[in-house]
Write a protein that binds this ligand. Structure first.
Ligand SMILES: [Zn+2]
Length: 150
């Protein structure tokens, strides 16, 4: 079974390698990785490296795709990429995501989608609101969850 997630590359070319995929490969924060560009099918394959320190996983589980690699494939920052996990091969392969045309934020209807889950989108601004609310730092408060049965 294929494990695919979709992530948005941020303005610095960083992309999150999801925890699930990383733990399936036994990759941890600080681990060194290398990348192979396949221009023919517009993919970048990431694998573990013990000799080349090209990419390293930062504290937030992200790697930075170098500019030359992105330019080679014509990938812009802010673009969505599909991350396909291959446990046997020990790789994660990135490719341009299936288009999310028409996907709107479930909260505010914005088309500036930052996160997709189960084909539902959440925009950048709402992701920030939710994150901040969860940490107690935001302007939006989380409503108390009722434990009563409806
Ligand atoms: Zn929104």
């Amino acid at each position: 079974m294929k494990n695919i997630t979709t992530q948005c590359m941020d303005e610095l070319g960083r992309i999150i390698l999801p925890q699930k995929q990383r733990s399936a490969l036994n990759w941890d924060v600080g681990d060194c990785l290398t990348a192979f560009t396949n221009a023919e099918n517009s993919t970048i394959t990431i694998c573990r490296s013990h000799t080349i320190t090209e990419l390293s996983i930062d504290m937030l589980g992200r790697i930075t795709l170098q500019k030359h690699r992105r330019e080679e494939l014509g990938w812009n920052t802010g673009e969505f990429l599909d991350l396909v996990l291959d446990v046997r091969g020990g790789t994660i392969t990135l490719s341009p995501a299936r288009k999310h045309n028409g996907v709107r934020c479930v909260f505010c209807n914005s088309s500036d989608i930052a996160l997709l889950k189960n084909s539902l989108g959440i925009c950048n601004s709402c992701v920030t609101d939710v994150t901040m609310a969860c940490t107690g730092a935001g302007r939006v408060q989380l409503a108390p969850v009722s434990t009563e049965r409806l």
